[in-house]
Write a protein of this length. Structure first.
Length: 248
């Protein structure tokens, strides 16, 4: 479970980095999505899916084994809080179920319209970034996704350091460091993902760092102003010519 968990932690970071480009550049994000739907990346999709399946199955097996190891009288007893325990560690299965359930909704909103058609030999969404804008313009979905990110935050804040602990880095020197890194990682991941619905809902996104700003709002406004100024100058020149011709 630790190896599959670390694999998914790397995926979370990469996915967050790609998604954040949607806040700055429609062109860059759409190009990234096009690359993710290319023949170079698509063969790795089953590997990612396998990583999810392995992580889920092993997690369920561990939880079931822990349950069976407890005496019957202790299974429903409220556990005693200790320094080594945390709310997240006691609710990893519940958090995992929440993450998995909302992942299905995420697949419906995005993956089914972007990468799945490519796997089926069809074309995905023409403008993937617009899918993000349209969805998070709805405050309800913003709240739902942020709640999902909170569940991910708690899940990875424990899963990060416990994965290394399972691999043997559980001595008194390394464990506090890993727990500290886990908190940093969880906070960064949460902020990266939560920034997207928040920025879209509040309108704090744009294309000023786009690759080629032909469609950027600022560039369009500048071009329109230049066109109006040029048309006004031509009209004034034509009026002057007409007046001179009348005077003659």
């Amino acid at each position: 479970m630790s190896l599959s968990g670390l694999f998914l932690l790397v995926f979370l970071a990469l996915h967050a980095a790609i998604n954040l480009t949607a806040l700055f550049s429609e062109t860059l994000y759409n190009q990234a999505c096009e690359f993710m739907g290319s023949g170079f990346v698509l063969p790795f999709v089953p590997v990612l899916a396998l990583g999810f399946v392995i992580h889920i199955l092993v997690s369920l097996r561990v939880e079931f084994q822990n349950w069976n190891c407890r005496p019957s009288a202790m299974r429903y007893r409220v556990p005693t809080q200790t320094k080594a325990s945390s709310w997240a560690s006691k609710n990893m299965l519940a958090l995992g179920v929440i993450v998995l359930g909302l992942l299905a909704i995420h697949f419906f909103h995005f993956w089914s319209k972007m990468q799945l058609p490519e796997l089926l030999g069809k074309h995905g969404a023409e403008n993937p970034r617009q899918l993000i804008i349209d969805l998070f313009a709805n405050p309800v979905w913003c709240v739902v996704y942020i709640a999902w990110f909170v569940a991910i935050f708690y899940h990875v804040s424990h899963g990060f350091w416990s994965a290394f602990q399972s691999l043997g880095l559980n001595n008194s020197k390394w464990l506090p460091r890993l727990q500290y890194l886990a908190k940093i990682y969880a906070v960064v991941i949460f902020l990266a993902y939560a920034a997207i619905p928040v920025c879209v809902l509040t309108g704090c996104y744009g294309d000023k760092w786009a690759v080629g700003c032909e469609e950027a709002p600022a560039c369009v406004a500048t071009e329109e102003a230049a066109d109006v100024e040029e048309a006004t100058a031509e009209e004034a020149e034509a009026t002057t010519d007409a007046e001179e011709a009348t005077a003659e």
